[in-house]
Design a protein around this ligand. Structure first.
Ligand SMILES: *Cc1c(COP(=O)(O)O)cnc(C)c1O
Length: 391
């Protein structure tokens, strides 16, 4: 396919592999379910899932049944956990396509039991504080009784989700959740299954405490399994700064379309929310909120141009945004990095951009819209591309 617009999201599969290796090295022997939900946080779920499968991932996590089905259609064979709830119809589809449901209610359990023909694996989710999805700890005993007295449904894991995994122990919330989950684990001890808890924040906090603190919280050495999302894509959501090994995977880039010369008091974009104070140069860049570049970054965000950080001026439009490049003398190279890094490894991270736009890195990454072509780079790109065709 030919792209007539020079706007794309470059996905560096070498960086992804390096982050995956970092994870495997630091979580050796544990249950690891890399999360590829929401189009692999915007990076392209088929390619990322295929890559992880080739590199030895035993499980993959999605939110929707639809996401799991897409991966199956593209030939992904790895165990796929589907975290979102489901009804009877959903249970049928998951069984048919060998997806592994995460069961969060009695209704779901019954739906699964009623449609399962032969042995069907599933995971059980407990709510230990999110107040979102999952069984209450008080239901654990009844669930054990129910599950051990039948043959069709095979328990393959028990999980919970952290409220504030990226915060250090001080918050106390993580401690409470671990305490509560430890009780649940004891009740399920008779099943030889993984117990998984840690998202990126939870895992990196644990890793950081291990290297830094003598007086470790009791939960640090526990064998909790992991469901890493954000860190796989190169970002560390904790305040710990030591994880420079993580590499940014996605670079959102474009090219300057035109440069305009402005005089003092000339305004830029809809409603002239920015006006030139002096003679200025404004670069028009063909990317806007329809590409997932958030409008809340109007007059707040920065972009990387010629290795320098330049401000976004005026309102971000549907298809364009404008940069004040008055301070840049050489405008020969048109490349603009919205986030990610340039060839000289200068970078602007999605985390920084998120702060400027009063949001979080997860939202910046998952917002990059379908209109933006994903271009895969790295030693694995060709091989993975050829293997992730429609089956
Ligand atoms: C998205 C998700 C994760 C991953 O969270 P990150 O903070 O991106 O690491 C883990 N577990 C569940 C249930 C999720 O929905």
């Amino acid at each position: 396919m030919i792209f007539h617009r020079k706007t794309c999201a470059e996905v560096d599969l070498d960086a992804l592999e390096s982050n995956w290796n970092f994870l495997k090295k630091n979580a050796a022997g544990k249950f690891i379910c890399p999360m590829v939900k929401a189009n692999a946080y915007g990076h392209g779920d088929v390619m990322v899932a295929k890559a992880l499968e080739i590199w030895g991932a035993q499980h993959l996590g999605v939110c929707l049944i639809e996401e799991g089905l897409l991966l199956r259609r593209f030939g992904i064979k790895t165990d796929i956990l589907v975290f979102r709830g489901f009804d009877r119809e959903g249970a049928e589809v998951m069984i048919e396509n060998k997806l592994t449901p995460v069961v969060s209610t009695w209704e779901q359990y019954q739906a699964l039991e009623s449609v399962a023909q032969s042995e069907q694996r599933f995971h059980l989710k407990f709510d230990t504080g999110m107040n979102r999805l999952g069984f209450d700890a008080s239901e654990a005993l009844a669930l054990v009784e129910k599950i051990k007295n039948q043959k069709k449904l095979k328990l393959a894991g028990v999980l919970t989700h952290l409220v504030a995994g990226e915060n250090s122990v001080d918050s106390g919330m993580t401690d409470l959740q671990f305490e509560s989950f430890e009780k649940i684990r004891n009740i399920f001890q008779l099943f030889k299954i993984p117990f998984h808890v840690l998202n990126s924040g939870g895992f990196l906090t644990q890793l950081s405490l291990k290297t830094k603190t003598k007086d470790l919280p009791t939960w640090v050495e526990k064998e909790w399994g992991l469901r890493p999302g954000l860190m796989l894509y190169g970002y560390n959501p904790t305040v710990a700064e030591e994880f420079s090994e993580l590499k940014i995977v996605m670079t959102l880039k474009s090219q300057v379309a035109v440069v305009r010369k402005l005089r003092p008091e000339d305004g830029v974009s809809y409603n002239h929310t920015w006006k030139a104070k002096k003679n200025s140069q404004i670069a028009v860049v063909p990317i806007g909120y329809a590409d997932g570049y958030r409008r809340s970054l109007s007059n707040r965000g920065l972009a990387l141009y010629q290795g320098q950080r330049v401000p976004i001026v005026g309102n971000v439009c549907m298809d364009y945004l404008m940069l004040d490049v008055s301070e840049i003398s050489d405008l020969a190279d048109p490349e603009v990095i919205l986030f990610g890094h340039n060839d000289k490894n200068q970078f602007l991270s999605a985390m920084e951009l998120a702060k400027m736009g009063q949001t979080i890195a997860w939202e910046i990454l998952t917002s990059v819209s379908e209109r933006v072509p994903r271009i895969y780079k790295g030693t694995w790109a060709k091989k993975i591309e050829s293997e992730s065709r429609l089956k």
